[in-house]
Ligand binder design. Structure first.
Ligand SMILES: [Zn+2]
Length: 399
């Protein structure tokens, strides 16, 4: 071995553990495109609102897993860092959704989650309201109205855009205290996430919403207690706050998402009757790694979420009546894996500190999963879930 190749191999071995170098963006170009109109894409064979065609079975339960900012490259990066393995490889059905918002090619998490939750394209920043700021029923609310227990779990605050859009209605995503107040009416059976202060120590009013939750027969607990100490096989609702504000990063010791997932699925399974349940579980901070243009942050958050994706698959497989859908709201960072990358040394580049317009993969397993093949609008995720759970009648709204 020559001196220079010895130095090279030493350098490479120093960054052996998923070493990443971030390059400058290669090029940024601007192309003129025709104005975007609000015409939905034509329903494809698989994207159509006709679930009875070739539908072998309906699910009783739906688990919706949203990796915030988890585009194809984030998945690829996480998979390579995980020895070229991802839990997503178990999922037999793969589709693609088009993630834009009502008036912007680039969606934010609020408009995207509102699209999944309500089937409506809305403006960036909107939480469970349409483009005219009118509240729209969410899939979670439709399930609740059918007597199905529901759950929301996140590694952000529970009032952050993605979970908020399933259980609250607000014209602006950062009205965290108003969003927290909406949770008092939502009757979500299990809530696990950060943001305790928006309930407990409010600046917009003097109320303590933790007391309100208790008066609504919630079992209220927080990070000082273990998830394992939460009551099981109970009919009481559960609110478990994982942090006062934002939960920690995974690499700073946050480790609750998998235990919270296990708890939530067993809790909901016990509580649900013939009606089944709905759960949304978010890997919130993959997005934050993208915003920070920090590939290690993206990787560690993806690797925190991958076991949840694996667990939901195994749980649904054992259950036999559960549909699992895994997707993202949008890509974040314009991330690319660059030439000169090896399995030991990944070279990445980001083109943005915000979200991008790239289409987003959807992975599905379980009864009804076949509906998720093909290419469709992000709103179709709501339509398909409503079709599969036969919630049409309540969700029909005059246009
Ligand atoms: Zn974001």
């Amino acid at each position: 071995m020559t001196n220079s190749s010895l130095i090279l191999s030493l350098l490479l071995s120093m960054c052996a553990f998923i070493a990443c170098k971030t390059q400058e963006p290669v090029s940024v170009s601007t192309y003129p495109i025709p104005p975007i109109t609000q015409v939905s894409s034509p329903p494809s064979a698989t994207g159509a609102m006709n679930p009875n065609a070739n539908l072998s079975q309906r699910p009783k339960n739906i688990i919706l897993l949203i990796g915030d900012g988890m585009g194809m490259t984030q998945i690829t990066l996480g998979m390579l860092a995980n020895g070229d393995k991802s839990a997503l490889e178990s999922y037999p059905v793969v589709g693609i959704h088009k993630p834009r918002s009502y008036d912007d090619l680039i969606t934010d998490s609020a408009a995207a989650a509102t699209a999944f939750a309500t089937g409506k394209r809305t403006y960036n920043g909107a939480i469970g309201v349409d483009a005219d700021t009118i509240p729209v029923p969410t899939i979670l609310e439709l399930c609740e109205s059918q007597g199905m227990p529901t759950g929301l779990v996140a590694t952000s605050t529970i009032v952050h855009a993605t979970p908020a859009s399933f259980a609250s209605h607000n014209p602006y995503r950062k009205n965290y205290e108003a969003i927290a107040a909406d949770f008092m009416d939502a009757n979500v059976d299990v809530l696990i996430g950060g943001g305790k202060k928006y309930f407990e120590r409010r600046t917009t009013d003097a109320s303590n919403l933790l007391d309100t939750l208790r008066s609504l027969d919630y079992y209220v607990s927080d990070f000082r207690d273990d998830i394992d100490d939460l009551p099981t096989e109970t009919l009481q609702n559960i609110a478990y706050f994982t942090a006062d504000t934002d939960p920690l990063k995974a690499d700073m010791g946050r480790d609750y998402l998998l235990p919270a997932t296990k708890y939530t699925l067993d809790y909901l399974d016990h509580k649900s009757g013939q009606e089944g349940f709905f759960a949304m579980i978010e890997g919130s901070q993959i997005d934050w790694g993208g915003h920070a243009n920090d590939d290690q942050y993206v990787i560690t958050e993806y690797l925190d979420y991958d076991p949840v994706i694996a667990y939901a698959y195994e749980w649904a497989k054992a259950d036999g009546e559960t549909l699992v859908i895994v997707t993202a709201d949008h890509e974040t960072g314009g991330l690319a894996i660059q030439p000169d990358s090896t399995m030991d040394s990944l070279v990445t580049a980001f083109t943005s500190t915000y979200h991008t317009a790239t289409m987003i993969p959807v992975f599905a397993f379980g009864p009804g999963s076949e509906l998720f093949a093909g290419i469709y609008d992000n709103t179709a995720i709501f339509d398909k879930m409503v079709d599969l759970l036969e919630l049409h009648d309540q969700s029909k709204q005059p246009d």
